[in-house]
Design a protein around this ligand. Structure first.
Ligand code: NCD
Length: 335
C-alpha cells in the first residue's frame, strides 16, 4: 500500500511497507470504530451514526464556550508530515472542544529530520502517554501502518495519506450534502478535476456509494482519471458541460501538481478553459445545486471566484462542519 511516488517527505524513506491491509483493522469485534483510516468497508449505519453525531455537535449552543468533556484526560497528538491549514486546525479545535490535551508535533523541527524512523517516533510519543494519533502523511498507507504497530489502547485517525484516503474530509462533505439535500438516494453528484491524485475523491466516492447516492459522476480529462475508476460504480465524463447537466451537487478539486510526476496537462489556462467552473457552466446544473470544494481553492484554475464566493457555494460551511465531524469521530473512537 505504501508507495513513494508522491511528494518528498522527511520520514517517508523510513516507512516499512506494511503488507496487505485488512479493512477490519478499524472496526472492533463489537462493531465500534477503533481507528478511522478509510471509508472503505465501513457499514452504512456507522457512517450515518457519524453524521448524526456530527449534526449534534453542529447544533451545540455557543460552541466556543461549551466544552464537551468526552476526551478529558486523553492526549491527542497531531502528526502532520505534510502541510495543512483546514484539516490540522479543525482537528485541533475538535480535540480542544472535547477537553483533550492536544500536542501539535512540528515535524519539521522533530527528530524525523535526523533520520529517526516513523516507528521510533511513534514509540517515543507512546511513552509520553498518547491516546490518539491524527496522521497526515504523503505516503499512502502511513496511517494504517501506525494503526497496525502502535500500542493497543491508541486510536489512529487518518488526516490524509498520499493519494489513498482522506476519510474525515469525505465525512464533512457528506454532512454538508445531507444538510442541504437530505436523502442521498435521489442525488446526482459530480466530482470535477484531478481525480487521479485525489485522496479526497476516492474517499468521497466510497462514502457516496455506501450512502446509496443515485449517481456519482467523475469529470476530468483522460490524463487525470485513474485506471479502473468505473469499478467504483461511477460514470465518467470528459466534458464538463455534459457531466454537470442537472446535477444536485458539484464538487470541485484542485490540480495536485505536487503529485504529478509527468506533464498531464497542456497548460493551466487550457485546463480552466475546458474544466473551470464558471457561472455559465454552473447554470447547467440544477438551479438549487450546491458547489463544494475541500480547499485549498485555486481561483481561476479550477473555479471562477464568482462561483467560489457565490450564493450556491457551501465551501465555508464545509470548513465549519469539519470541526463537528472530527469531534464526532474522536468521541466515537474513544467511546
Ligand atoms: C485536501 C487534501 O489535503 O487532500 N485538502 C484538505 O484536506 N482540505 C485537498 C487538496 O489538497 O487539494
Amino acid at each position: 500500500m505504501i508507495n513513494t511516488d508522491s511528494s518528498n517527505s522527511t520520514s517517508q524513506k523510513n516507512i516499512i511497507t506494511p503488507g496487505p491491509l485488512p479493512s477490519s483493522i478499524q472496526i472492533n469485534a463489537d462493531g465500534k470504530l477503533k481507528h478511522f483510516l478509510t471509508i472503505e468497508g465501513i457499514p452504512p449505519l456507522l457512517l450515518e451514526e457519524i453524521l448524526d453525531r456530527s449534526q449534534q455537535f453542529v447544533s451545540l449552543p455557543n460552541k466556543a464556550q461549551v466544552q464537551a468533556p468526552l476526551l478529558r484526560g486523553k492526549t491527542v497528538m497531531n502528526l502532520f508530515f505534510e502541510n495543512s491549514t483546514r484539516t490540522r486546525t479543525t482537528f485541533e479545535l475538535a480535540a480542544k472542544r472535547l477537553s483533550a490535551d492536544l500536542v501539535n508535533m512540528d515535524i519539521r523541527t522533530s527528530s524525523a529530520t535526523k533520520g529517526e524512523s516513523l516507528l521510533d517516533t511513534i514509540r517515543n510519543l507512546e511513552a509520553m502517554g498518547c491516546d490518539m494519533f491524527v496522521v497526515r502523511h504523503s505516503s499512502s498507507g502511513a496511517a494504517h501502518f501506525i494503526a497496525r504497530y502502535c500500542a493497543p489502547h491508541i486510536s489512529v485517525l487518518n488526516a490524509g495519506d498520499g493519494r489513498h484516503a482522506h476519510p474525515t474530509q469525505a465525512m464533512l462533505d457528506m454532512l454538508t450534502i445531507r444538510q442541504h439535500k437530505g436523502d442521498f438516494t435521489p442525488l446526482q453528484v459530480a466530482i470535477v478535476g484531478d481525480i487521479k491524485h485525489s485522496r479526497v475523491a476516492r474517499s468521497q466516492i466510497h462514502a457516496l456509494s455506501t450512502l446509496c447516492t443515485g449517481e456519482i459522476r467523475i469529470i476530468a480529462p483522460k490524463t487525470l482519471i485513474p485506471q479502473g475508476i468505473e469499478n467504483m460504480g461511477v460514470s465518467v465524463y470528459h466534458e464538463i458541460e455534459k457531466g454537470i447537466k442537472d446535477v444536485d451537487v458539484v464538487i470541485m478539486l484542485r490540480l495536485q501538481h505536487e503529485r504529478m510526476t509527468t506533464a498531464l496537462l497542456p497548460s493551466v489556462r487550457e485546463y480552466y478553459a475546458r474544466y473551470g467552473l464558471t457561472e455559465e457552466r454552473l447554470k447547467l446544473a440544477k438551479p438549487d445545486a450546491i458547489v463544494m470544494h475541500p480547499g485549498p481553492v485555486n481561483r481561476g484554475v479550477e473555479i471562477d471566484s464568482r462561483v467560489a464566493d457565490g450564493s450556491q457555494s457551501v465551501i465555508m460551511q464545509q470548513v465549519t462542519n469539519g470541526i463537528a465531524v472530527r469531534m464526532a469521530i474522536m468521541s466515537m473512537v474513544m467511546g
